[in-house]
Design a protein around this ligand. Structure first.
Ligand code: M6R
Length: 612
């Protein structure tokens, strides 16, 4: 939520900031702004996207080798250009960009107002920059010192970068609860919310830790201290991310590219971890904590949105294959409901971004109670990957479309391997079934490629139903979480109201909604309970619902009843979500495109939800 980028060095800052903001735009696109230091301060900000900011700055003075930029997802105050960042101090000397929420901002604001400060915006951020100004002038503090003292008074989460025209060769950056990465180039530094704006300038980075402040100078000097004023030795890491993975690669949208990438991302997730011929699966983190996993009396899986849906698939996998009881929790509910967590529990935290605030808070809670916390994360070096006891990356590469696609199948692939590894160690499945699942899992990327061949047919179906106002998604067993995921995809990018339901549950309520205008998308690849799902479809047809069925190749009974049938390769039931979700991703994509929606940046959403 909100993207920050900053530059200090020998080059012009503006183009670097703008390119960086475009890379970070997935984090928020309500407004964008930059402040540039060049003798004085030039501040440009605009409601809307980075492209609006670019148009606005046309012909204006954009020189300066020091600058900060921001793309906003509104929390405090409307998404207009007054509330856009950077925010300026009352005396005009300081400018600050911020990601996060200052929870005690209203108390601080009242205290500052009593001291004569006046505010232009409704934001918590403006309060922080005034507080820094106040401390500077009252106690004659340097920028760095004033930032340190101000942050010690702040409750909440922040990633900030501040500049001061009276100390023009310096950037001060700090974080707590919101991510910040420092890029170290030759005689230059970059600061950003993630590594994507940095990668094309340098691969050497430092991930700032919570409650650390970095001072970066134009002459190449860098110092990191804690808010308690202790000097830290920075840990410099080398990024492995390739720049091509951040481009659209010929596709119209990132989402479509990411859907197609699943043939390789699923294979990448398994690479070096699974060998069906030799009959093994090895996840390093699971091996390291084998004892804790073997003794686990219960697993609690936490996540939000699509990650929560992947967790629901894992519930079926772990219980069915490894016979471990599982609870799947929304991180936001888990953290506030005084949950019972035992030391013998294993908590699995799922997150594409590794930065979701609710998931981070739930992890902290679980760790306090002594449970082992295992992260399944996509973004390398993210906060969750660093906060957990152990974990596995899904290696899906950057996911830029706000609607999660390849991260879901990456998470499910990883969790399937985990369930199989544990099932094998615990002896809860037969050797022959284990071997069959391994062989089938290894073959899934080829089957994904075959599912993608349905694209033209799905495009046609999308046109037929794109004007609907509602849609119902049904599935049973392993395909029930897929129904939820299909409904979420449709809602978020096409703004059509959609609900996911267990197919048999339909008759307990949603059946009342069904008429000839209601598309009902049924994921019906199940071998288990096949007859039951056939009956559920009959119930829909009896009410004139329009059935779009996803079935296994060669299926007859459902195909004869359904209005549209999408055939996908057959697989074992526990692996079905890896294939059956793909037609649903494509269906949402083409419906959204048909309705003229902004697929990669749907309204009101952001890729990385770093506020609660
Ligand atoms: O980065 P995370 O996996 O922790 O994100 C969780 C949700 O915010 C995310 O899955 C969201 O629901 C997506 N927009 C779904 O497509």
């Amino acid at each position: 939520m909100c993207g920050i980028v900053a530059y200090i060095g020998q080059r012009e800052a503006y183009p670097i900031l703008i390119k960086g903001l475009q890379r970070l735009e997935y984090r928020g696109y309500d407004s964008a702004g930059v402040a540039l230091l060049n003798g004085g301060m030039h501040i440009y900000k605009r409601q809307g996207k980075v492209s609006d900011l670019i148009a606005y700055t046309e012909g204006k003075d954009k020189t300066g080798q020091v600058g900060i930029g921001h793309t906003r997802w509104a929390t405090h105050g409307q998404p207009n250009h007054i509330n856009a960042h950077p925010h300026c101090s009352g005396n005009g000397h300081l400018n600050l960009v911020h990601n996060g929420i200052i929870e005690n901002y209203s108390l601080l604001k009242k205290a500052l107002e009593k001291l004569g400060h006046t505010f232009e915006s409704e934001t918590d951020t403006e309060v922080l920059v005034h507080l820094i100004e106040e401390l500077q002038s009252r106690d004659s503090l340097t920028l760095e010192e004033a930032v340190r003292v101000a942050l010690s008074r702040v409750i909440g989460a922040y990633a900030i970068v501040v500049i001061d025209e009276r100390e023009p060769g310096k950037l001060v950056a700090a974080r707590k609860g919101s991510p910040l990465v420092l890029g170290i180039g030759d005689d230059e530094f970059l600061v950003a919310s993630d590594a994507t704006p940095i990668i094309e300038h340098t691969k050497r980075v430092v991930y700032l830790n919570d409650e650390e402040i970095a001072v970066l100078s134009k002459d190449g000097y860098m110092q990191i201290k804690t808010i308690g004023n202790e000097v830290q030795t920075p840990y410099i890491q080398e990024l492995t991310l390739e720049i091509e993975r951040l481009e659209k690669g010929g596709y119209d949208h990132f989402m479509l590219k990411e859907i197609h990438e699943q043939t390789t991302t699923i294979a990448d997730c398994m690479r070096g971890r699974l060998n069906a011929t030799e009959g093994w699966i090895r996840l390093g983190g699971v091996e390291e904590f084998q004892n804790r996993f073997m003794k686990a009396e219960r697993m609690i899986i936490i996540g939000c949105g699509t990650s929560w849906h992947a967790g629901l698939v894992a519930e079926y996998l772990f219980e069915d294959l490894a016979r471990i009881p599982v609870e799947v929790e929304y991180a936001s509910e888990f953290r506030y409901r005084n949950p019972i967590i035992r030391e013998s529990d294993v908590i699995i935290a799922l997150s594409q971004s590794g930065e979701t605030a609710d998931t981070l808070a739930a992890i902290e809670l679980a760790r306090e109670k002594g449970a082992l916390v295992y992260g399944v994360v996509n973004v390398v070096g993210s906060s969750i990957s660093r906060l957990t006891d152990a974990g596995s990356y899904i290696h899906a590469g950057p996911e830029i479309g706000v609607a999660s696609t390849k991260a879901f199948t990456g998470q499910v692939t990883l969790l399937t391997m985990m369930a199989l590894q544990l099932a094998h160690s615990r002896g809860t499945i037969s050797e022959s079934y284990y071997q069959r699942l391994l062989t089938e899992l290894e073959n899934i990327p080829h089957k994904v490629a075959r599912v993608l061949e349905c694209e033209p047919q799905i495009q046609y179906i999308a046109q037929e139903i794109q004007d609907s106002h509602n849609a119902l998604y049904l599935g049973r067993g392993f395909n029930f979480p897929v129904a939820l995921e299909g409904a979420l995809k449709l809602k978020e990018i096409s703004y059509i109201h959609a609900e996911g339901y267990p197919a048999a549950e339909m008759k307990h309520g949603p059946i009342a909604l069904i008429d000839e205008n209601m598309p009902v998308i049924v994921t019906a690849t199940n071998r288990n309970a096949y007859d039951k799902i056939v009956s559920n479809i009959q119930e829909v047809k009896a009410r004139k619902g329009k059935v779009i069925a996803i079935v296994s190749e060669g299926e007859k009974a459902i195909s004869e009843m359904a209005d549209y049938t999408i055939e996908i390769p057959e697989t074992e039931d526990p692996l079905a979500p890896l294939l059956s979700v793909i037609p649903l991703q494509l269906l949402s994509y083409y419906i959204a495109v048909g309705r003229g929606c902004n697929v990669d940046q749907p309204r009101n959403l952001a890729k990385s939800v770093t506020v609660e």
